[in-house]
Design a protein around this ligand. Structure first.
Ligand code: PLP
Length: 413
């Protein structure tokens, strides 16, 4: 395996493009799709040595595969870009590529936590993450406390009160109100208690936010979103800076859970990542203009975007993110009916859940992703009936605004 350190690129643009090369002997320019379940040994001894870990090389694609490994190295190089470790050497990270973001969360929790351990996390979370903590982990005797992580006093109280808490899990910015958590402040507090911190960096991507710079122990992404960028595959990645833990306990858990990705999805992911910096800049610039335009529209009651100076976490977001990102939500004055009407009138923007694709995706949480929730639970999570969620794409912003304008034209009744 090629374990040579990467050159120190001037800018992350170059790292996204030149971050990985093929390990094979044919000098393939693109990373090949190694569509194989297993790998051939030269001899019985070689097979033995590979299993024993005394000789590098691939064994079986649930354990590792050259295409997924290339995607892992690429994402690790982006999350670590320009950062140093405690000894002032370039930060080394280990990444594990998963079948989904949920798969990456599974490896994180089942490798780090034991029966009786507890988790502290935010009240506002991605739906699947919330259910994972609230429904699945208790089956293994792991309880989760949900609190407002922006209230540091409450976090401190919870840590004092519950010594079984072993992990603080952050998601910032959060869906759909784009609330942000102070990553550095949480890491400092966690360190005084000797507690690990993990973060879901899906909305920001390593281009907009590098949580290892603020002291987190683990980062994970749903690569389904901006990292892939084109909506062509479900995927997830878990990254850690404790290489020993990542190479032993986390890798063992990863293999046993069977939540590995595959060569084809990894190929699509690598292709997508080459334009990540370019896309994220354009996504953010477009979102900023769309948010400002919506903020002035008479049919819109409120815009939730961390790039607006009126957003409660505007300053925090500016401090820990390179730009505010692509996702925003807004509330229509006309409620549920106005929401449906608006969604039905869209002509260019795509009616779909998910986010992070090159095209603008628009969804109506109250009638779609959050329809199964009780209305009062929805309201508690900030999801009003007239709330619209947008993942602003990289089309010409004039075309996005024109579509919104015509869709809103009589949608405010
Ligand atoms: C989509 C998403 C996930 C889950 O990822 P999957 O790839 O669907 O498993 C987790 N967190 C956030 C913030 C997401 O947007």
């Amino acid at each position: 395996m090629n374990t040579e350190p990467l050159p120190r690129f001037e800018d992350v643009y170059s790292a996204a493009i030149h971050g990985v090369s093929d390990e094979g002997s044919l000098h393939s320019h693109a990373i090949p799709i190694y569509a194989t379940s297993t790998f051939v040994f030269d001899s019985a001894e070689q097979g033995m040595n590979r299993f024993a870990g005394s000789e590098p090389g691939y064994i079986y694609s649930r354990f590792a595969n050259p295409t997924t490994a290339a995607a892992e190295r690429l994402i690790a190089s982006l999350e670590a870009f320009g950062l140093n470790d405690a000894h002032s050497s370039p930060l080394q990270l280990k990444a594990l590529l998963h079948a989904s973001g949920q798969g990456a969360l599974s490896t994180l929790c089942f490798s780090l936590l034991n029966n009786g351990d507890q988790v502290l996390t935010n009240t506002a979370l991605y739906g699947g993450t919330h259910e994972f903590f609230a429904y699945l982990l208790p089956k293994s005797g792991i309880q989760t406390h949900f609190t407002d992580l922006s209230d540091l006093h409450a976090v401190d109280q919870a840590l004092k009160q519950h010594p079984a808490i072993k992990l603080i899990h952050i998601e910032t910015p959060t869906n759909p109100l784009m609330g942000c958590t102070d990553i550095e402040a949480i890491c400092k507090l966690a360190a005084t208690y000797g507690i690990k911190v993990s973060i879901d960096n899906t909305f920001a991507t390593p281009y907009l936010q590098q949580p290892f710079a603020f002291g987190v122990d683990f980062v994970y992404h749903s690569t389904t979103k901006f990292l892939n960028g084109h909506g062509t595959a479900i995927g997830g990645v878990l990254l850690g800076k404790d290489l020993d833990f990542m190479n032993t306990t986390a890798t063992k858990t990863f293999k046993l859970l069977g939540a590995n990705s595959n060569a084809f999805d990894a190929f699509l992911l690598i292709n997508g990542i080459k334009t990540l910096p370019l896309r994220m800049q354009r996504h953010s610039a477009n979102a900023q203009q769309v948010a400002a335009w919506l903020d002035e529209h008479p049919a819109v009651a409120k815009v939730n975007y961390n790039g607006l100076s009126t957003h409660p976490d505007h300053a925090l977001s500016a401090r820990q993110m390179r730009a505010p990102g692509a996702v925003l939500s807004f509330e229509l004055k006309g409620g549920l009916e106005a929401g449906k009407h608006f969604i039905n009138r869209l002509r260019m923007c795509t009616r779909a859940v998910s986010l992070g694709t090159v095209d603008t995706l628009i969804s109506h949480p109250a009638s779609m992703s959050h329809a199964i929730m009780k209305p009062e639970e929805r309201l508690k999570a900030g999801i009003t009936d007239g709330l619209i969620r947008m993942s602003v794409g990289i089309e010409a912003v004039e075309d996005i605004l024109a579509d919104l304008k015509q869709a809103l034209s009589d949608g405010s009744r």
